[in-house]
Ligand binder design. Structure first.
Ligand code: UN1
Length: 492
């Protein structure tokens, strides 16, 4: 199967004749080939999106929402198929594949509801017989750059608020996971979304991403991916005065206090650290544990880790699938070496798994380090794999300080039964998302998603906050006095 661009409602060959294979990380099987695009393809897509946007902006928002209801309905109907494609191309276990598709369905219905809200504000004027209001106005053509770890959900977080608020978009999915974008294009077509509202251009960040950011008709860039790429996106976007929304890395911690329900904490850590093989920006990669329960937590975590079945995510009994590719395996392995060299104690894992059938795919053993120094590289840098570091502390204040000592601020979590402890923690943990008695992952789509510090640049995906990325406030004054009224002068 060869994947081509979807531009202006048509399937179009990309200009670059080169194809990149899409392989199943569970077994190396080639699933498809994706044709790479050139700057010309981007220009074509932007032109189609710009043309379509003029009409789309005039479609009443509740009508735009009807397309989202239809998209959500089709996604629901195709949920199992979509989940299977997702698991095959990305590797996450099928249960999580279904979960991710569900996240997209939820986003469709949630944002469709926004079509009947998109609330503005009315504000009293300081002058008599004058009415004042502010409304959300669409911005134009928006460019979406999405990562491979959530090939469908993250695209829905961005594209659905964009279209319900009257924009059209150009989407560059990750070249490692283009099949979900292809599936979504088919759904847009089936939902009869007007041509040019949704455009998909496959290709590399350096060509397609750069061309999108530099194009004068692309007004907003929404990016999710690594901090280093995000920084380049922001720099280039800044030069071209683009509104840039960034969602980047995490170094999320679970804090386990001495009064925590340890069994519950173990379950939360396992789910957040090893789910999606640790390849979530919300993954737990640090456990900050009170010294009085450290030993118990280590023992119980190790016990529980023995039951984690590893293999092809299509097998319903498997809990941990492969990582995305060989480079990811190497990166994880090099961090494990750094951890050992820095004097951390390796309690479990720490190796590439290559026995039997596992040799066909990219499998890394769930890995647990303890006695990790809080400032060591494995405790500070994002690894994006199934590796978790235990750090010992003696008090809540110290735990919060350690949590906040990293360059990222996406998600954090605390396990404690004490109401004072958890209320203080939710206030002082410097992250965009805080969980009390739950792991660091599992954000729901109707709440703002994003983080502080190196995780982002102040914008949020998801929730009502996403509308701020794709709309501009327009303030409207209606003077019905029939005479000249001067604000700041005549009302004194
Ligand atoms: C990501 O890892 O980029 O909160 C997104 C979660 C998911 C989304 C993760 N709902 O874990």
């Amino acid at each position: 199967m060869q994947l081509n661009n979807y531009i202006g409602g048509k399937w179009q060959d990309a200009g670059d004749a080169n194809y990149v294979p899409v392989t199943n990380p569970a077994n190396g099987e080639e699933l498809a080939q994706v044709r790479l695009s050139t700057t010309d393809d981007v220009n074509l897509a932007v032109a189609a999106a710009k043309e379509a946007q003029k009409k789309w902006a005039l479609v009443p928002a509740p009508k735009r929402a009807d397309y989202l209801y239809e998209i959500g309905r089709i996604m629901k109907e195709k949920k199992e198929h979509l989940a299977q494609v997702l698991t095959k191309e990305m590797g996450k276990v099928i249960e999580e594949g279904r979960g991710e598709v569900q996240e997209g369905i939820d986003m469709a219905f949630y944002m469709a509801g926004e079509g009947r809200r998109l609330f503005g504000q009315t504000t009293p004027s300081e002058l008599a017989d004058k009415f004042a209001m502010s409304v959300r106005a669409p911005i134009g053509v928006v460019g979406l750059i999405t990562p491979w770890n959530f090939p469908v959900a993250i695209a829905t977080w961005k594209s659905f608020p964009a279209i319900v608020s009257g924009n059209t978009f150009l989407w560059k999915p990750a070249t490692l996971t283009p099949m979900m974008a292809y599936e979504m294009a088919k759904i847009f077509e089936q939902a009869e979304l007007p041509a040019g509202v949704a455009n998909i251009v496959f290709g590399s960040g350096s060509t397609v991403g750069t061309a999108m950011i530099e194009h004068p008709d692309v007004k907003v860039i929404s990016f999710t991916g690594s901090t280093s790429t995000g920084r380049s996106v922001a720099e280039l976007g800044g030069r071209h005065l683009k509104k840039v929304s960034l969602e980047m890395g995490g170094k999320n911690a679970v804090i386990v206090m001495d009064d925590a329900d340890i069994g519950l904490a173990v379950e939360g850590i396992l789910w957040s650290a090893f789910g999606t093989a640790g390849q979530r920006c919300t993954a737990c990669s640090r456990v900050i544990v009170h010294k009085d329960v450290k030993e118990e937590l280590e023992t119980r975590l190790l016990e529980a880790m023995e039951n984690l079945t590893i293999g092809d995510g299509m097998d319903e009994s498997v809990r941990i699938g492969p990582v995305i590719n060989k480079q990811a395996l190497e990166k994880i392995q090099s961090y494990v070496q750094i951890g050992k060299d820095d004097g951390a104690t390796l309690l479990a894992g720490g190796e590439i798994l290559s026995e039997g059938e596992l040799s066909q795919g990219n499998y890394y053993a769930p890995t647990l380090f303890t006695n990790v120094a809080r400032d060591s590289r494995i405790a500070q840098e994002e690894i994006f794999g199934p590796v978790v570091s235990l750090i010992e502390v003696s008090s809540l204040d110290e735990a919060i300080e350690v949590n906040n000592s990293v360059a990222f601020g996406l998600s954090s979590s605390i396990y404690s039964r004490d109401v004072n402890t958890v209320f203080k923690a939710q206030r002082d943990l410097d992250t965009g998302i805080v969980y009390i008695n739950a792991g660091t992952s599992g954000a729901e789509i109707h709440l703002p998603f994003g983080g502080t510090k190196g995780t982002g640049n102040g914008h949020r995906d998801s929730g009502v906050a996403a509308l701020d990325v794709y709309t501009e406030w327009k303030s409207i004054y209606v003077d019905f006095s029939g005479k000249l009224q001067r604000a700041q002068i005549d009302n004194l």
